[in-house]
Design a protein. Sequence first.
Length: 247
Amino acid sequence: MHSWELVTMPIEPTQQIAAAGSRISELIRRSDLTTPAVRLGRWRVRDVVAHLGGVHRWATRIVVNRSMDGPGFTKSKLDGVELCDWFDEGVAELVAAFETNDPDGPCPNFNPGSAKTVSWWERRQMHETIVHRWDVENALECTTPIAADVSVDCIDEYLDVFVRTRGKQTLTAPLVISVTEPPRSWTLVPADRPGRLDIFAGNSGRSTTAMSGDAEALLLSLWRRQTLEEADLQIDGDPAVALSLFG
């Protein structure tokens, strides 16, 4: 038995970060850090933790200083107990930064067209930590659910931050993606600029192809943690359009 419990509705990003960070800490302190991190190339559990801890410190610095000037995030070179302690310190510092700074306070970020507030970083770090929590759990064969409401929010953020403006999208035609519980859908349409997508809330009627399924499964497939077959997503219309999103 372990003390970690899934945080449920309503979504409280800082609490989610603390809970996911605690779960990761619990697992890595009693597991082999050289275990391969499935779906992450050559990475092992140690690499996931070293990366996530670096991202946490980077985000903390930006929130505290209200500036993106300075170096980006870097992976720690620590290992073993020292890495575990370092990771815990980073989670605590990040949580403290969000607890002591106004969520609506101004703060720059790297996402064009988004609100430049502390809460943007709080949401980004919640999703970063939860997805990597899943990575560690999956590697160690002890996955726990990502709550449906959190999964939906993560999908929404993924589409806005990592799909809409990245310039590397391969979607060939409009596509509707949706989850059944809680009900939510998005319409993705190739934009005039190559590699960009326009994203509309709901089914805009622009597409004849739709992809739907469980919220967590759709989230994990978008983050390339599961294949479409593993996620058991339903495709109505042209399968090639849905597959092109993952090209």
